[in-house]
Design a protein around this ligand. Structure first.
Ligand code: GAR
Length: 217
């Protein structure tokens, strides 16, 4: 029988990546089970989507806390009382305190809509288009205190079309996010990807030897 790691997801908005994780974890062979969804925004549409999918979810109002550390302590307490082992950030748009990151180091992962270390922060697709990059994509990584800088677990790259705009590029990258995030969670939950001495160590995976060339020549 598969040992399943109890997992929580933090969101701030629509939660499409959250849905892809919940969907993947419906398979009882998947090495993680989604137990809890927490949002830092009570109007996040993902809260209802999680509930509709049968996952316990809640929004926590940030303004009722004196500072971010007090907020993160409540998050930590909720995770511990649900015996959570892994936390996935899925469009969670609030920077976590170093205290929280330290407590969950190696068990806290994020997805970011760019090929890190390029385009940390916001408006990644707009900035990539402004720069005229030919290849763009998304990254999953272990979270460390510095924003969008933790050891990389997986990446998916796409070619940037000549008539691409921010909306079309975002949609194509999001499609890839929905593929790599469940795979990333499976790698971390099974122990095949782990944080060791500041790097992500992968076991049992080799390069496919493929290249993406854009434009096609
Ligand atoms: C996703 O594109 C995710 O990569 C991004 O927010 C979006 C959330 O969409 N996250 C970040 O920019 C974090 N730095 P979703 O709510 O539909 O998953």
């Amino acid at each position: 029988m598969t040992v399943r790691k109890k997992t929580a997801i933090f969101i701030s908005g629509r939660g499409s990546n959250m849905r892809s994780l919940i969907e993947a974890a419906r398979d009882t062979e998947f090495p993680a089970s989604i137990e809890l969804v927490l949002a830092n925004n009570i109007t996040a549409p993902g809260i209802a989507a999680a509930r509709d999918a049968g996952v316990k979810s809640a929004g926590i109002v940030g303004s009722s806390f004196p500072d971010r550390l007090s907020f993160d302590k409540v998050l930590d307490e909720s995770l511990r009382s649900a015996a959570i082992e892994i936390v996935c950030l899925a469009g969670y748009m609030q920077v976590l305190t170093p205290w929280f990151v330290g407590r969950w180091l190696g068990r806290l992962i994020n997805i970011h809509p760019s090929l890190l270390p390029a385009y940390k922060g916001l408006h990644t697709h707009r900035r990539a288009l402004e720069d005229g990059v030919r290849i763009h994509g998304c990254t999953t990584h272990f979270v460390t205190p510095e924003l969008d800088s933790g050891p990389i677990i997986m990446q998916a790259a796409i070619d940037v079309g000549v008539s691409e705009n921010e909306t079309s590029l975002a949609a194509r990258v999001l499609e890839q996010e929905h593929l790599i995030y469940p795979r990333t969670l499976a790698l971390v939950a099974s122990g095949a990807a782990r944080l060791k001495e500041g790097r992500c160590v992968l076991e049992g995976h080799s390069s496919a030897g493929s290249a993406l060339v854009s434009p096609t020549i």
